[in-house]
Design a protein around this ligand. Sequence first.
Ligand code: NAI
Ligand code: MG
Length: 357
Amino acid sequence: KTYRIAAIAGDGIGKEVLPEGLRVLEQAARKWDLNLSIEVLEWANCDYYLEHGQMMPDDWFEQLKGFDAIYFGAVGWPDKVPDHISLWGSLLKFRRDFDQYVNIRPVRLFPGVPCPLAGREAGDIDFVVIRENTEGEYSSVGGKMFEGTEHEFVLQESVFTRRGVDRILKFAFDLAQTRPRKQLTSATKSNGISISMPYWDERTERMAEQYPEVSWDKQHIDILCARFVLQPDRFDVVVASNLFGDILSDLGPACAGTIGIAPSANLDPERRFPSLFEPVHGSAPDIYGRNIANPIAMIWSGALMLDFLGNGDERYRAAHDGILRAIERVIAEGPITPDLGGQGSTQDVGAAIVSAL
Ligand code: NAI
Ligand code: MG
């Protein structure tokens, strides 16, 4: 099978890091004999918006739905287009309309990356945050009442469906089952949020019964955040609702050094629609055009994409592992970009990873 990948650069440093990601994918395809067909699309960016009054063509869904994956840089240029227009007009449409209900963010401390947590070394931090990406606290149910009076109030509901909760828990337990430590932590707050979070806990307990090999616990989100900082070595798979997962998935990479290397995957595990792979970072207008953006987050996201596309095929798994080893080697031996304390350019790092492969 040939996997079809739509590559979309977006804005700012998305345009600088995507080419490096593509070079690495092409090299990996040669080395591991992968069948990739990559098509670069020139929309879903703010310049397109300024020309057309919308971020994407009307038939974007039709154009993209036949692809197996979207390899996405970053979108947003707040000086030209307000963020709620650019992000909701592109990236958030992909996540919602393609039902990418799993958001995965691996957190790993590489040798040579300065860790903000005292006394931590490479190997101490290696876990993955699984965030529910479609419902929970981020539902637009609610409104403003008695506006302008002294009784004015706003109300916003959370929605936890059994289908939505069970499918994210199942994904997380399945993943924990395949990892050496087979450990899962569920983020909750059932001591304060008295209806939805006890329900989340109840479904977690129910799901856990089907995974006797996985050892699991639940932790309230407040202490869980503290432990990310104080004891990051104790985590393996962490599963969380939309809001809690959003917070944890920025806190995690921050604990492991720089945002310039953090990757993410937005998955439709049933593969009805393309899944989307992107760096955690945005378009970084403050450094755009200087050729110093770290391309590693983009490149690591590409490795996640190959692993997902291969769906167990060992060539694709080997390509993922090989790219990670190459990243690890280049971080340790250089060149590295200024965010990691080096002087290398975006292309220097991309080229070094290609030759390490
Ligand atoms: P940002 O992630 O673009 O930048 C935050 C800081 O990290 C900046 O100082 C930037 O220079 C630095 N940084 C980010 N990526 C880097 C890399 N690869 N190498 C070296 N340094 C890096 O977040 P910010 O500034 O809040 O947002 C800028 C724009 O990006 C906004 O329009 C925002 O809405 C958008 N955005 C888009 C995202 C996406 O497409 N998924 C995610 C986050 C923000
Ligand atoms: Mg966030």
